[in-house]
Every structure is written in C-alpha cells, then in structure tokens.
Unconditional design. Structure first.
Length: 103
C-alpha cells in the first residue's frame, strides 16, 4: 500500500490487507528467531536495532512497514507486545497454581 493511497483515505483492498498480514507475520516470526519480542525496541534500542539490521529481519521490517498503513503497524506492534505480556502472566499464574497444589 502506498502512502498516497493512505492519504487519499481509501480503505485497503482485501489483497492489500492480506499482504500486510502476511508480511507482519513473517516479520514477527523473524524477530522471534532473534528473541526480540517488542517490535518497538527495534527503533529505540541501538543494540537490538544493530542485531536486526544484520539479519533478514531488517528487510522484512521494511516490507511490513511499506505494505501496511502506519496506524496498522503501530496497532499490530502494540498488540503483539500486549499478547506476549498476557501470555507471560498466564504462564506465571499456571506455575504459581501448580506450586500451590503440590504443597
């Protein structure tokens, strides 16, 4: 999706949305291989940025950001971070509940 399409206020077509989601998933999977779980840190943490730049993830990041509207990228990145935190909390609760039952 080009920036001009976004500025024109046109909603993305189904194919554009599917491309966006596919590239998002590829980028997030790539970040997982590097144990980077917060996509925002790629832009704010210099060590993580250098790690990502050395990998195929940098190209995937660029493709993802170019295929998706900026507001979608922001939303997907925040949602990913939230989902990971929720999963960690749920896992910690399960471990805690398991320890309580064994006593």
């Amino acid at each position: 999706m080009t920036k001009s399409e976004t500025l024109a206020g046109k909603p993305p077509l189904r194919e554009q949305r599917e491309t966006c989601w596919k590239l998002r998933d590829e980028y997030f999977s790539c970040l997982e291989t590097l144990s980077v779980f917060d996509p925002a840190k790629v832009d704010t943490d210099e060590l993580i940025k250098a790690l990502v730049k050395k990998s195929e993830c940098w190209k995937k990041k660029s493709a993802y950001e170019n295929a998706c509207m900026t507001s979608w990228v922001d939303y997907f990145n925040k949602r990913r971070t939230l989902e990971i935190r929720q999963r960690q909390i749920a896992d910690a609760k399960k471990r805690s509940d398991g320890e309580s039952e064994s006593k």
